[in-house]
Design a protein around this ligand. Structure first.
Ligand code: PEP
Length: 250
């Protein structure tokens, strides 16, 4: 039987200034207590990655980016490459977050190229997939998630280079969550698809749930079959909330 280590990842989005190192160091202090049982990644804005990595002996918390360009360098004003993130000391990068897909019109093919870029730079790719409210209402959740999975994940996936985050778009930042049964259905479906495509390594690939995870619902959501941790947005900005979510595994 494969055991997958739980992972709690925080997506700070466009939040945080240099003074936020204090909150990061509080996370590190709490993570030190839980490191035997849980892996931690915090993805602050790119402006803070270098500072966070150099602060408060951050060893129990990996730091990651929130996006990367597919190319290693070039005339892409404002963009940041996976190599640049790795150069700062980042170990992971989120790709295909629904806010990137919606506001920057990123397609599955774009996300696939970014995932390949992450691997080229030696980063763990946290690939986000998930249906919109209308797609769920139309009964299309599994077909949408299946197509995103197929289109966004390159063939070289392994448990060491890939984490999948199932994030229903309608649950992000809304306080709404699917029922545990609905999450179990989608995570089970993702696991089946991974098994079919990567028969040797699929059992080791972690699948996170993301979307309005809070201390008050973490126990119920993280207990669902095939949920190997959480990608946390709003609640990752407050150390005590983020650590309380991870504390479910204590
Ligand atoms: C996210 O943006 O990845 C996310 C899960 O946000 P929130 O936890 O705020 O819903």
């Amino acid at each position: 039987m494969t055991t997958r280590r739980p992972l709690i990842a925080g997506n700070w989005k466009m939040n945080g200034l240099r003074a936020s190192v204090e909150a990061f160091c509080q996370i590190v202090a709490g993570a030190n207590e839980l490191r035997e049982k849980v892996d931690f990644i915090v993805c602050p804005p790119a402006t803070l990655i270098f500072q966070f990595i150099g602060s408060c002996d951050s060893g129990s918390v990996e730091v990651g980016g929130q996006d990367c360009h597919a190319e290693p360098s070039g005339a892409f004003t404002g963009d940041i490459s996976a190599e640049m993130l790795a150069d700062l000391g980042a170990r992971a990068v989120i790709v295909g977050h629904s806010e990137r897909r919606a506001f920057h019109h990123e397609s599955d093919a774009d996300v696939r190229r970014k995932t390949q870029a992450a691997w080229r730079a030696g980063l763990l790719a946290i690939v986000c997939i998930g249906e919109t409210r209308d797609e769920r209402a139309a009964g299309r959740t599994l077909s949408v998630v299946g197509a995103q999975l197929e289109g966004s994940i390159p063939d070289e996936a392994t448990p060491r280079n890939l984490v999948i985050a199932y994030e229903p778009v309608w649950a992000i930042g809304t306080g709404l969550t699917p029922t545990p049964a609905d999450i179990a259905e989608v995570h089970g479906f993702i696991r089946e698809r991974l098994n079919a495509r990567f028969p040797v390594s699929a059992q080791g690939i972690r699948i996170l749930y993301g979307g309005s995870v809070k201390p008050s619902n973490a126990k119920e959501l993280l207990a669902v079959d095939n949920v190997d941790g959480a990608l946390v947005g709003g609640a990752s900005l407050k150390a005590e909330e983020f650590l309380a979510i991870a504390g479910v595994y204590a």
